[in-house]
Design a protein around this ligand. Structure first.
Ligand code: TMP
Length: 211
């Protein structure tokens, strides 16, 4: 059985943290050895880049500068954490990955997909997740949830139009690569969201482990 690289994606307030815990418990029930990590971050160096990216600041951050930092962190994370875990036979569950760059920098910051694809090739040479769970919700609902949490970071402080573009870009990615994506409607009640995730995720695990 090939160890799998799984990512969880979605806009702000989609419930990634809660649903990540559900995925962890499903993997445990299936006796799968795995690590959980996140982006931006996942190594000490990449976590420092995360701080740079998320901290609110007076200076406007150039979107391409932001994009390059995201990929700097990702390259480090892939080489230091993700690939070694997969090579040792562990599955990797990652909270956000390159699809977030397509959504936030490509869509949100309006850099487009082509530039991101080029840098992605340069940095990662086609390395991508086996499966991606996209939690999809109307940004109006998502931002209401996110606003109830702690102080908003640099991304969360964006305008609603930014989050509409993020959502549209995520949905575009999902329809362009329907085989890799599992899309769940995260606007439903949590119980229903979790039922949906359990169904699609267990089906996926069964498919991989019974190959
Ligand atoms: P988090 O709050 O879900 O951990 O994500 C941190 C923020 O970083 C989130 O607002 C999305 C943003 N982000 C990007 O803009 N581009 C990326 O490639 C990644 C991974 C995250």
């Amino acid at each position: 059985m090939q160890p799998q690289f799984i990512t969880i994606e979605g806009g702000e307030g989609v419930g990634k943290t809660t649903n990540l815990q559900l995925i962890e418990s499903l993997l445990k029930q299936n006796r799968i050895d795995f690590i959980v990590t996140r982006e931006p971050g996942g190594t000490p160096f990449a976590e420092e880049i995360r701080e740079l990216l998320l901290n609110k600041r007076q200076e406007a951050v150039d979107p391409v500068a932001e994009l390059l930092l995201v990929f700097a962190a990702r390259k480090q994370h892939v080489e230091q954490t993700i690939k070694p875990a997969l090579a040792s036979g562990q599955w990797v569950v990652c909270d956000r990955f390159t699809d977030a760059t397509f959504a936030y920098q490509g869509g949100g910051r309006e850099l487009g997909f082509e530039l991101i694809e080029q840098i992605n090739q340069l940095a990662l040479a086609g390395f991508k997740p086996n499966k991606t769970l996209l939690l999809d919700v109307d940004p109006d609902i998502g931002m209401q949830r996110a606003a109830k949490r702690s102080e908003l970071d640099r991304f969360e402080s964006e305008q609603m139009a930014f989050f509409e573009r993020v959502r549209a870009a995520y949905r575009q990615r999902a329809s362009d690569d329907a085989e890799r994506f599992m899309v769940v409607d995260a606007g439903q009640d949590l119980v229903n969201v979790q039922t949906d995730i359990t169904t699609v995720f267990q089906e996926y695990i069964d498919g991989v482990t019974h190959d």
